[in-house]
Ligand binder design. Structure first.
Ligand code: ATP
Length: 339
């Protein structure tokens, strides 16, 4: 998706975006520090900022496009029930549209339909607001922190549903401060800073770049991905196997998009072995090379590990690091649990 956008918001802040999200992607993520201009960018694309100039390749050949915009606080009609809010969106919907049953189930709001909006919690309002936007039949869905009030399991359920819709052709641009959600579910991610698109790339490339820039060091994650392997006996264990850089890995909560599996691995969960061993309770073993060794901070060292283009991080104690005499260029086995 190509995006070009100019908008002066106030004398001190202007949005000036020139970006190209890689590939033919439908589910794009947007993150960045507070005040960077993410919400303004969505407002411009929704046509709410009349002074702005913009071009978005999603809108080409779509003169009568319908843009759905969902804010963090839902903005439902407060004097109506959830069902009445959804029915109103259906009344003014566009074809082709999404089916009531599918949307209500996908947004996990069947049990909320007869509640008054004023009686909904923040997370419940968000689910109903998302359902309302979908029932209106959008060509493009712009989401501004739409799941911020949801618990982890519900959030992942909704992200999987959005991913499914995007696979069937709905264009979605979602703003979130949670880069991990974006990395797991989006096809590409943009990082906005001070009104400019600083990075716009595949999710793992964005995580790595932010880590190198020191923007995102507090929790370092590696993104492992690959083709799902057909190992039926794993169903009984509630996990899936996938091939990543020629090695078999296992995960439980990774995002699945068709045949592709993605798994985020926290640097704090990765231990290092010199000798690969099958005699460990830790299921995943990934052979890789140490490519950088960070500074010692609070008695810990962050190691960057790589196998071809795949990056993984390991945060280990200075004691282990010195005892093992680990060095850049060395091949090690990174071990991490099935999550
Ligand atoms: N209506 C407005 N009038 C004047 N300035 C505004 C207005 N709306 C936003 N701004 C300014 O524009 C800049 C970008 O704001 P925006 O809400 O787009 O940031 P954001 O990246 O979405 O932030 P957050 O992550 O905190 O939601 C900020 O400096 C903000 O103060």
């Amino acid at each position: 998706m190509k995006l070009a956008l100019e908008h002066r918001v106030n004398p001190d802040f202007a949005l000036s975006i020139e970006a190209r999200f890689p590939g033919e992607r439908h589910f794009l993520g947007l993150s960045g520090p507070s005040g960077a201009g993410k919400s303004t960018l969505l407002r411009v694309l929704a046509g709410l900022e009349k002074q702005a100039s913009y071009h978005c390749s999603w809108f080409e050949d779509m003169p009568d496009r319908r843009v759905g915009l969902v804010f963090q606080d839902g903005l439902l009609f407060p004097h109506l029930s959830a069902r009445e809010n959804l029915a109103l969106a259906m009344r003014y919907r566009k074809q082709p549209h999404y089916e009531w049953q599918d949307v209500v189930e996908g947004c996990q709001c069947a049990h909320l339909l007869d509640k008054q909006v004023s009686a909904l919690s923040g997370g419940e309002s968000q689910r109903v607001a998302l359902a309302r936007a979908l029932l209106n039949g959008p060509d493009v869905l712009l989401l501004d922190e739409p799941l911020s009030a949801l618990d982890l399991m519900t959030r992942h359920g909704l992200l999987k549903y959005l991913q499914r819709l995007s696979c069937s052709g709905l264009n979605i641009l979602m703003v979130s401060h949670d880069l991990h959600d974006l990395a797991l579910y989006c096809d590409a991610v943009g990082y906005v800073k001070a009104g400019k698109m600083q990075i716009c790339d595949e999710p793992d490339a964005v995580l790595n770049e932010l880590a190198h820039q020191g923007e995102y060091r507090q929790q370092q994650f590696g993104l492992l991905q690959g083709k799902r392997l057909d190992v039926t006996e794993l169903d009984d264990y509630g996990c899936v196997a996938f091939e990543c850089q020629g090695q078999t890995l296992y995960c439980r909560t990774g995002a699945l998009s068709g045949e592709q599996v993605k798994m985020l691995v926290d640097a704090r969960d990765v231990s290092l072995d010199r000798q690969p061993s099958n005699d460990s309770s830790i299921v995943n073993a990934f052979e890789c090379e140490i490519v950088t060794v960070g500074e010692v901070r609070s008695g810990q060292v962050l190691l960057e590990l790589a196998r071809n283009s795949t990056r993984l991080y390991s945060l280990i104690s200075q004691l282990s690091f010195e005892r093992m005499r680990l060095r850049v260029g060395e091949t090690v086995t990174a071990r991490f649990k099935l999550r």
